[in-house]
Design a protein around this ligand. Structure first.
Ligand code: CP3
Length: 348
């Protein structure tokens, strides 16, 4: 394990995000706190997902598990993108094997009444959980996160996970005024969620726009980018870097950077070299090992990890990650081995 500096602001992760020199490439994994860990399954036994997210002791324990086990360069707060929606009163549940399910989908102007602004008072358990985690983390940075307006809107409008986002796109094009009103509300909620975590002590935040790869660049710029910019700008005065991530976003990377992030997350379908050519040198990049390759024989996996580290070294800043979340059946020992390899291969 690599020793961490005392102040998380001086950590490899925060320095890479700021495009400063680093002693090694920092590495963490999206969904590192989750079902691939037996110790996670043990503490979650019999406790619902939303209840877990509202129990600070449990949040702190789960957040720390991958840090202790893998020696990753960051913790990410154990929560979910729909937690702030539930906090303001949206009737939803997170169903195992399915994802977030909303009791009454959002389809009309009257539905906006069910989506009040988020205030820090809605999320006392988040602040408490961040404080508990910081007590244990030392110099390792904590990543706060929120869902971006488009991805949150898709869950609300569709009522659950969706392949085609047909109701969402229908509203976007059919009633742009309602769409913009909904996303303005969601941008406030998303930004406030980021801000609560940053003010409690998170050193960096990530905006997850997981499903935005379903859009054309023109639709992204017209209907989504202005709202994501508002969400990211909620922490602009707090002097912490921001990461902006989506899946299948090869054609949107430049626009996602331009929404105001320091780091652009790249999924496994676009190489870091291609991503850099598209976004320029004004951003660090994060990614982008295909999570399915964690199931490949070690020599094959090792070669891919080394090549991503080498590509990342050409960028002005690189945070090693997967191109999307850890799959539940992943062998945790492989993740630990990848962390050690990234550190060894990138050590200066
Ligand atoms: O990265 C981490 O380890 C931190 C925790 C985290 C969770 N969800 C925990 C979780 C984070 C960052 C998220 C964000 C999230 N949630 C996203 C964006 C990231 C991404 O994957 O693109 C999205 C789209 C969601 C919505 C969501 N929540 C889905 C699609 C699912 C999976 C449903 C399933 O069971 O297959 C969830 C549930 C969820 N969120 C779990 C965890 C650990 C599994 C719940 C469980 O263990 O019972």
């Amino acid at each position: 394990m690599t020793s961490s500096p005392k102040n998380p602001r001086d950590s490899a992760l925060v320095r890479a995000a700021r495009r400063q020199s680093v002693p090694h490439t920092p590495v963490w994994f999206m969904r590192q706190a989750g079902r691939s860990l037996p110790e996670y399954r043990a503490v979650r036994e019999g406790v619902g997902m939303l209840d877990s997210c509202r129990t600070p002791d449990l949040v702190a324990e789960i957040t720390m598990q991958p840090v202790r086990r893998h020696g990753v360069d960051a913790a990410i707060l154990f929560s979910d993108i729909v937690v702030p929606l539930a906090a303001v009163g949206v009737d939803l549940d997170i169903v195992a094997g399915v994802g977030p399910v909303v009791a009454q989908p959002f389809r009309t102007r009257a539905d906006l009444d069910r989506l009040p602004e988020l205030t820090p008072g809605h999320l006392p358990y988040i602040t408490e959980a961040v404080h508990l985690v910081l007590d244990e983390l030392g110099g390792t940075p904590l990543i706060g996160f929120a869902g971006a307006p488009f991805t949150l809107a898709s869950y609300l409008v569709e009522g659950g996970p969706s392949k085609n986002h047909e109701h969402t796109k229908g509203m976007m094009h059919g009633d742009p005024e309602l769409w913009n009103a909904l996303c303005a509300r969601l941008a406030q909620i998303s930004g406030a969620m980021l801000r609560v975590q940053a003010q409690a002590g998170a050193s960096i935040v990530q905006l997850f726009d997981s499903w935005v790869g379903a859009l054309s660049r023109a639709d992204y710029q017209r209907f989504v980018q202005p709202h994501s910019r508002v969400a990211l700008s909620a922490v602009a005065d707090l002097d912490i870097p921001t990461i902006h991530f989506g899946v299948g976003t090869g054609g949107l990377l430049a626009s996602m950077g331009a929404a105001g992030a320091d780091v652009v997350g790249v999924d496994f379908r676009t190489s870091l070299t291609d991503a850099r050519a598209r976004i320029g040198d004004g951003y660090a990049v994060q990614g982008n090992l295909d999570p399915a390759l964690l199931f490949a024989p070690w020599p094959a996996l090792e070669a891919v990890v080394r090549s991503i580290v080498a590509e990342g070294a050409q960028a002005p800043g690189h945070i090693f990650n997967l191109g999307h979340g850890v799959l539940p059946a992943t062998d945790p020992e492989v993740l630990t081995r990848v962390v050690a390899l990234v550190h060894e291969a990138s050590a200066v």
